[in-house]
Design a protein around this ligand. Structure first.
Ligand code: ATP
Length: 366
């Protein structure tokens, strides 16, 4: 059993001038696949390296399978890490690369080592490459060897540091599916780091979003997409990005209306008006995803001017002008809706798709 518990984990560099990871708490269940995602510099790699034992935490605690491993050396942790640059030994054959970890960390017999390497190579479909050296292999093959080398050790936990970044898009998709299949089949706890939110969204079971070393949200990809905990998550997850409009809350009667000075006007239902923790005059940030914006019949709803129409296959992206206060507002519409630049169109969206964030803290209001 390899449940991973991360408790108030902190890493500072340069005598505290850089806080790479700030008091992170995280529970990863046995056999769970967790994807850690966030922009460059958010602390993903540092977190992974602390799990691997390659970096010493400034503070906090890491447990793997109920054992406190915070001060345990990397080679005694039973974790295997797969790196972006494969990190294969260039002058060893594939067989030797895969066998090396077994030779170093166990007193397994030579026959048993060979049996394990061959069996894993067959599973990874690299058994015909065992006598080759890394520079004779393609990027995809090297990554399979790096994966095989991790699997052969039968670790408690797999750690993946952007393992697919060096592969082309098509290979990345198939390798990603394969990693998930292997992880499920072998039932090993896995932590997978990527900066690519689109990649993270395709991963089960849950994703962990970091920014500036701080945890932003943990949840299933669908949950963080539908119910972002804050404005950062709303904007970071999803492509094209969520639109944001700063609006003022008005209460002309029992119902609230969100408005700005430039023609944005959105009345909320009675039910929503009652639930929202806001008052007349408050400023809030409305978030709405491009795919939830619909053009209206006869120009009703919020009036906008079309700036640019960008065809992307089955859809068109419309860049809309909502006045000087809104930087960019995008709608993703069916390809058969083709307005011209400068056309005035009305847009609308369902209240259930509207997210509202506190203007100062960025936290979700509902
Ligand atoms: P990327 O996607 O660019 O790899 P990341 O999310 O993995 O970024 P980390 O590499 O964990 O981020 O870095 C987090 C922060 O810690 C950054 O500000 C980085 O500059 C800093 N940092 C990382 N390693 C060191 C180090 N050895 N010395 C000083 N600062 C460091």
């Amino acid at each position: 059993m390899a449940r991973v518990t991360i408790d108030s984990l902190r890493k500072e560099y340069d005598v505290g001038r850089v806080v790479a990871v700030e008091d992170l708490d995280l529970e990863i269940d046995d056999g769970e696949f967790v994807t850690v995602v966030g922009p460059s510099g958010c602390g993903k790699t540092t977190t992974l390296r602390m799990l691997a034992g390659l970096e010493t935490p400034t503070n906090g605690r890491i447990e793997i399978g109920g054992r406190d491993v915070t001060d345990v050396h990397a080679k005694n942790r039973d974790v295997a890490m797969v790196f972006q640059n494969y990190a294969l030994y260039p002058h060893k054959t594939v067989f030797e690369n895969m066998e090396f970890g077994l030779r170093m960390s166990t007193d397994m017999s030579e026959a048993e080592r060979e049996r394990r390497v061959v069996e894993t190579a067959e599973m990874m479909d690299i058994d015909d490459l065992l006598e080759d050296e890394p520079d004779e292999l393609s990027g995809g093959q090297k990554q399979r060897v790096a994966l095989g080398r991790a699997i052969v050790r039968e670790p408690d936990v797999f750690l993946f540091d952007e393992p697919l970044s060096n592969l082309d898009a098509k290979l990345r998709t198939s390798m990603r599916a394969e990693i998930q299949r292997l992880q499920e089949e072998l039932d090993i706890t896995a932590v997978y780091v990527t900066h690519d939110q689109e990649e993270a969204m395709t991963m089960e079971d849950k994703i962990v979003i970091l920014k500036d070393g701080k945890l932003q949200q943990v949840g299933h990809p669908n949950t963080v997409y539908d119910e972002p905990a804050n404005r950062f998550v709303g904007g970071f997850i999803g492509s094209p990005s969520m639109n944001f409009v700063r609006v003022t809350v008005r209460r002309p009667d029992d119902r609230l209306v969100l408005t700005d000075d430039e023609g944005f006007r959105y009345p909320l239902s009675l039910e929503y008006s009652r639930e929202l923790p806001v008052e007349e005059g408050d400023t809030v940030v409305a978030g709405i995803r491009p795919e939830h914006v619909e053009p209206t019949d006869g120009g009703r709803g919020i009036e906008t001017t079309v700036r640019v129409v960008e065809p992307v296959g089955s859809d068109n992206y419309l860049y809309l002008d909502l006045g000087d206060d809104v930087d960019e507002f995008m709608a993703r519409v069916d390809a058969d809706f083709e307005p011209e630049p400068e056309d005035r169109i009305g847009i609308a969206f369902d209240e259930k798709d509207l997210r509202l964030f506190d203007d100062e803290t960025g936290e979700s209001l509902l």
